[in-house]
Design a binder for this molecule. Structure first.
Ligand code: DLL
Length: 438
């Protein structure tokens, strides 16, 4: 068993010199490519069409010669067409939480589950957890990878794991109090819902044992992090994952909290221009493309995640050599085009949460009036602000509208609503309601 220190789960790997790491990546890439060419018809066909010989891979740059794999490719091969091992070697199946079309089925061998747990354990340690922690997993257990993924990682770490799963906020808080939970894993929006429920129940977060929170599975802003930290009295870190390449455990923040370290011994990350597919320079925002290096059951070559982020090339002061990505700002399909201006909900969120009296709950509703798109932001605000309709509230609304126009170039209506008016979810939050198609 790896010795667990305060800072690293697998220091020998996480701090590998870059050269050795890149050599390892190349070897693993070569092995992955020959395996998929042998066992997955789609890859065999695509490689032949592109004149790619997997045995002739000399450098990581050669990756760019390979075709991309899309969500549609996975759907077209539903359910098992992209598996690289026979079903009898698959010991677990999950499904992605896709919102449109057929769900996506992903599979894991025993080795896949083993490395998944180790990768999640690393990310928990990066976020400051250790084996003494009592970890409450308030992600859903089920077809979603969040619950089982974090659970296995926390167990691998040797922490005491509470599989509370999603939902029933009051029960979650009772568990937190009675079991002396020290670390919470869930979506950031659910963390805030728990904070609201605590308030309702008259539970003082200072009286709990909670110290850390690892949040992910949806986009969240720095302003939201501050809100969560302040209300739950914890240190919050971000972690990123996606079912198609594994689930949680793909990348996570260390306590420096300036980007998420990628588990680079298991994944190759590229950032490409969302339209041209050409790699963009480090530091530039583009679409994240992931190639798995060790997955046995469901390997992915150049999978287009649809997520937008940028690569941070500078080394991190924590000592890890794994490179970092910046917080994921959203998916290419989350981008709103309002009267010709492109904007992400997260950019709107950063402005809203900066206002005094704003509650951290909002929803953007898109409608069509004639040929014109309109966007309205519904923002929950404190009772004081809500009932001060006459002057302060109107001024605050105007102020936000001005900021949205000057900082993002969008024109949106702003409507204040009372606390707990907007929908709450146990899993991923829905920030945008698009009524234009109806
Ligand atoms: O959400 C896996 C996960 C579970 C990650 C628990 C972290 C914690 P999917 O359901 O396949 O898997 O959804 C993947 O969620 O493409 C992103 O758009 C979004 N996402 C995941 N983590 C983050 C994050 C899991 N930290 C999709 N920040 C991805 C922003 C995130 N977006």
């Amino acid at each position: 068993m790896t010795e667990v220190t305060n800072m690293f789960f697998e220091q020998d790997k996480e701090c590998m010199p870059r050269e050795a790491l890149e050599q390892l990546q190349l070897e693993r890439l070569q092995a992955t490519l020959s395996r998929v060419a042998r066992s997955v018809p789609l890859y065999r066909r695509r490689f032949a069409e592109h004149g790619v010989d997997p045995d002739d891979f000399r450098s990581l740059e050669d990756l760019q010669r390979l075709p991309f794999t899309s969500k549609q490719d996975i759907r077209d091969n539903y359910p098992y067409g992209l598996f690289a091992v026979p079903l009898r070697d698959v010991v677990r199946l999950h499904s992605s939480s896709g919102t449109t079309g057929k769900p996506i089925v992903v599979g894991y061998t025993g080795n896949d589950l083993n490395s998944w747990a180790a990768m999640v354990a690393r990310i928990l340690v990066m976020g400051g957890l250790c084996r003494d922690d009592v970890v409450q997993i308030a992600f859903h257990y089920g077809m979603f990878t969040g619950g089982f993924g974090l659970h296995a990682g926390a167990e691998r770490l040797g922490a005491s794991v509470i599989p509370s799963s999603g939902g029933n906020a009051r029960r979650q808080i009772m568990i937190m109090q009675d079991y002396r939970t020290t670390a919470l894993c869930c979506t950031p929006s659910y963390a805030l819902h728990l904070a609201d429920t605590m308030e309702e129940m008259g539970v003082n977060p200072n009286a709990l044992h909670l110290k850390r929170g690892l949040f992910g599975a949806e986009a969240w802003s720095e302003a939201m992090r501050e809100e969560i930290q302040e209300r739950l009295k914890i240190t919050a870190t971000d972690n990123y994952g996606i079912s198609e390449v594994m689930g949680p455990g793909v990348a996570g923040e260390c306590l420096v909290r300036q980007g998420l370290h990628v588990n680079e011994d298991h994944f190759l990350f590229e950032i490409v221009h969302p339209e041209t597919g050409v790699p963009v320079p480090d530091g530039e925002v583009g679409e994240l493309v992931i190639t798995t290096l060790t997955k046995e059951a469901f390997p992915m070559v150049r999978f287009r995640t649809g997520d937008l982020t940028r690569m941070i090339a500078e080394p991190c002061s924590c000592g890890r050599s794994f490179r970092r990505i910046a917080r994921v700002i959203g998916r290419t399909d989350d981008m709103l085009i309002i009267r010709g201006v492109n904007v992400f909900p997260l950019q709107v969120e950063s402005i809203l949460f900066g206002m005094e009296g704003a509650e951290p709950h909002y929803q953007i509703v898109l409608e069509r009036e004639g040929r014109l798109d309109t966007a309205t932001v519904f923002l929950e605000v404190s009772e004081n602000l809500l009932f001060d309709r006459m002057r302060v509230a109107r001024e605050a609304q105007e102020q936000i509208k001005r900021q949205l126009a000057s900082e993002l170039g969008v024109s949106m209506d702003v409507v204040f609503v009372g606390r707990k008016t907007l929908e709450r979810t146990e899993g991923k939050i829905r920030r945008v309601v698009d009524r234009r198609q109806l």
